[in-house]
Design a protein around this ligand. Structure first.
Ligand SMILES: [Zn+2]
Length: 434
């Protein structure tokens, strides 16, 4: 499984989060079903955007991109995206990229002009098959300034060096790779000519993924490059695209600090991966309250399994309900990874836990807990340990009583700060209205 990763010239935002959490759930689910999944995600660490940003900051572009790559890895870790087997950075694959371009040149599919080496799309009649467009449709609205190109839609494989720009040696002179060739150099290296699943945002279908198909299939003569394509819908904010210039840019870390990883993952899972997601205050609050509800039910179940309650017999009705919810969850995931439906089944399971009144028989509780853990591990929920160690618990109680004293003295600024800090380590304090 290969997924187009970020171009690392800035911190990642919650739109990236939507996409990568979606693929994380897909990979987790496939593994759950018994598939052995080797999941590669590429990092574009050399690109126009990176070079331009590095000029602004007077840095080496590779130093800048390494910094943002590190910040991306941290974002993924904090989002509990733990299914990725390997991150592949483009700059680590220059020899493979050059070899691939050479292969295309040798086959007469690529040609060298002043600006670099280009792919001649007229040599690949199937160009456009993924987006179901024909060559005419693809080129009609593309204005390209380079008159040396054979066809207006020809795309760049190797960019000749411009003065002062970072460059590597190649048979066509100093330069750097085009964007599309990175991915096929990486996938040919790890997977060979054909592999199972290719992911990326919907906006990448054309030209990026069309170009990948043309490069790989044109070179190897084998098809398909990927058996399945899974494209994720974009995230918007109150109907607008997210942009720094619009002031609506939400970095992943900011969102985690505000509502926590679980709420974000609930939010993402509540939309089908193919669908766009409009990020609003209401949807976020809703997701956060669901996440708290899950946690509460989970904690109660954990307590109930330890408690020596009256009945030790698992309730048949409970078992039946749990089985139904579980079956529904898997049926939903089997249907093109329908996470909103799967999430409803999950909520139904949480509902069973909530409904059963107390005390739940410890056997029922452990059955429910087991089922909930299983589904949680697919959605990536409830992964941080929720049973604090005794010492930690004492500290929490102490902090909380100090906070109550502060509130009694109307020292709200300080008490809010304590609450925020507690939230960062996973302790959620809810004040009751007085
Ligand atoms: Zn890509």
């Amino acid at each position: 499984m290969f997924v187009c990763g970020p171009t690392v010239y800035d911190v990642s935002h919650i739109g990236h989060g939507k996409s990568y959490v979606a693929y994380d759930i897909i990979a987790r689910y496939l593994r759950k079903k018994g598939y052995s999944v080797f999941f590669v995600l590429n990092i574009t660490d050399i690109d126009d955007k990176i070079i331009n940003r590095a000029k602004e900051t007077h840095e080496d572009p590779l130093v800048l991109s390494e910094r943002y790559a590190q910040s991306f890895y941290r974002d993924m870790k904090d989002l509990h995206v733990n299914s990725i087997s390997l991150y592949a950075k483009a700059s680590d694959f220059i020899p493979e990229i050059v070899a691939q371009i050479q292969g295309l040149v040798d086959k007469g599919i690529a040609y060298k002009i002043h600006g670099g080496v280009y792919y001649d799309i007229s040599k690949f009649p199937e160009y456009g098959k993924l987006s179901r467009q024909n060559l005419e449709q693809l080129t009609v609205h593309r204005v390209d300034p380079d008159p040396e190109k054979r066809n207006p839609g020809d795309f760049v494989l190797w960019k000749s060096q411009k003065t002062g720009e970072i460059a590597w040696d190649s048979p066509w002179g100093k330069g750097r790779p085009g964007w599309h060739i990175e991915d096929t150099a990486i996938t040919l290296t790890y997977f060979g000519a054909t592999y199972d699943l290719h992911g990326g945002g919907t906006e990448l279908i054309f030209p990026h993924h069309e170009a990948e198909i043309a490069q790989a299939e044109g070179l190897t003569g084998k098809k398909p490059l990927a058996k399945y394509w899974a494209h994720t819908g974009l995230l918007s904010i109150k109907g607008q695209e997210m942009h720094k210039s619009l002031g609506n840019f939400v970095p992943i870390q900011d969102a985690i600090q505000r509502v926590g990883t679980e709420a974000l993952r609930v939010l993402y899972a509540s939309t089908h991966y193919r669908s766009p997601l409009d990020y609003t205050e209401e949807t976020l609050v809703q997701a956060a309250s669901l996440a708290r509800r899950f946690r509460r039910a989970y904690d109660q179940l954990q307590q109930a399994t330890g408690a020596k309650s009256g009945s030790n017999v698992a309730n048949d009705a409970v078992k039946r309900q749990v089985d139904e919810a579980r079956t529904e969850f898997f049926a939903a995931m089997d249907d093109d990874f329908n996470t909103p439906r799967a999430l409803s089944a999950y909520i139904r399971m949480v509902g069973i836990a909530e409904e059963q009144g107390k005390p739940l028989s410890s056997e029922s509780a452990s059955m429910l807990l087991k089922a909930m853990k299983e589904l949680s591990s697919i959605l990536g929920l409830l992964e941080t340990d929720s049973v604090p160690r005794r010492e930690f618990l004492h500290l929490v109680i102490l902090l909380n009583s100090l906070r109550n004293e502060l509130r009694a003295k109307r020292e709200y600024a300080l008490s809010d700060r304590i609450r925020e800090q507690m939230q960062k380590v996973g302790v959620i304090v809810e004040d009751e209205a007085k």
